[in-house]
Ligand binder design. Structure first.
Ligand code: ADP
Length: 326
């Protein structure tokens, strides 16, 4: 096993708060172990175009608390082709990079798996996505920040809902995953949540509005963006208005505010732990795996398992929403 001398580091796919904390952790842990770090801007796209630069301890100072990613992120169609990945490999060789750490979500790890299968270069992944939809880690970097942002926004919506006796349909992020909706639904005392993993959400909501208590002064319904065949929350809002014209129904889409902001303490600590673990795992010869935390212990999961979409929604969570919104 060759000794690692120069780690290429990049963020890719959707940005998430805490990516900067992870970048800092990787750079500082590598320098601690006398390993160089080469930053790669704009993910696989920057890799293909040779947008690489040496990083030192100062290039990551004062970023642990900043949202977004100083390395920028991008999507790359070219990297999905063998030719694109060949170009990327030759750029990495040009800069003497001999190992990679990728921070991103399932798409990023699909790319990492393809790359790791084709070329002799160890690559490890750090779970960076607000969606919390990866196998092999209890939480992803960015999820805790995103759910706190959503909770605080819904608290504000609750104030106006309460003042006007309104029903609010609030759309949160999660195209294929209800993880954000599930926790924020509980935390903001929602009447109901509608998520892609459960097909009975709309029926349950209609049943509650039909047969539930009528003296409520405000109602919040949290909808994951993948719900409602065409229009997400607007589609659901239209159906509710049609069936229950007596309710004063409004729709609110939270949108991109969910991606930004200062990472929470939980996300900074998670990012720092997996960042350090990834550097030390590369030194120990690990490759083609995602580094996560399960039951508060560092764990390693092959990319092909990590990207199996995590649809394990705890049914108790759905029950809690229903029971507590009596
Ligand atoms: P995320 O990592 O947040 O899920 P994307 O799904 O956009 O983000 O993936 C990020 C990038 O990973 C894509 O733009 C593409 O370059 C690369 N990628 C995704 N899927 C594959 C694949 N099957 N093969 C090679 N590269 C891929």
């Amino acid at each position: 096993m060759a000794q690692i001398k120069n780690i290429g580091l990049f963020t890719s796919g959707g940005d998430a708060p805490g990516m900067n904390s992870a970048i800092r952790a990787v750079v500082r842990a590598a320098l601690f172990h006398d390993i160089k770090v080469t930053g790669i801007r704009r993910g696989y796209e920057g890799m293909i175009h040779g947008d690489l630069f040496p990083m030192d301890r100062k290039s990551v100072s004062n970023i642990i608390q900043r949202g977004g990613t100083i390395l920028k992120t991008a999507r790359s169609e070219q990297f999905k082709t063998v030719e694109g990945r060949k170009l990327a490999y030759s750029q990495l060789k040009e800069f003497n990079v001999d190992a990679l750490i990728a921070i991103g979500g399932d798409g990023t790890f699909r790319g990492a798996k393809a790359f790791g299968d084709e070329f002799d270069m160890p690559i490890l992944g750090l779970p960076g996505t607000i969606d919390n939809d990866l196998m092999g880690t209890d939480f992803t970097i960015g999820y805790d920040t995103a759910i706190n942002t959503v909770m605080n926004a819904v608290d504000k919506i609750r104030d106006t809902a309460e003042s006007h006796d309104r029903l609010f349909i609030v759309e949160v992020m999660g195209r294929d995953s209800g993880m954000i909706a599930l926790r924020t639904g509980i935390a903001s005392g929602a009447e109901a949540i509608l998520i892609p993993e459960s097909k009975t959400g709309l029926t349950n909501l209609f049943d509650r509005l039909e047969n539930g208590r009528k003296d409520k002064t405000s109602r919040i319904v949290i909808v994951a963006e993948g719900e409602g065949e065409e229009g997400g929350a607007f589609e659901i809002g239209r159906l509710v208005k049609e069936k229950f014209p007596n309710y004063d129904t409004r729709v609110s889409i939270l949108g991109h505010i969910q991606r930004g902001g200062k990472p929470t303490c939980m996300d900074r600590v998670l990012a720092s732990r997996v960042g350090v673990a990834a550097v030390e795992a590369l030194m120990a010869g690990y490759r083609n795996e995602m580094v996560g935390v399960i039951h508060n212990e560092i764990s390693f999961t092959p990319f092909e398992h990590a990207i199996k979409h995590n649809t394990d929604i705890d049914p108790n969570f759905l029950k809690i929403v229903e029971m507590l919104s009596l």
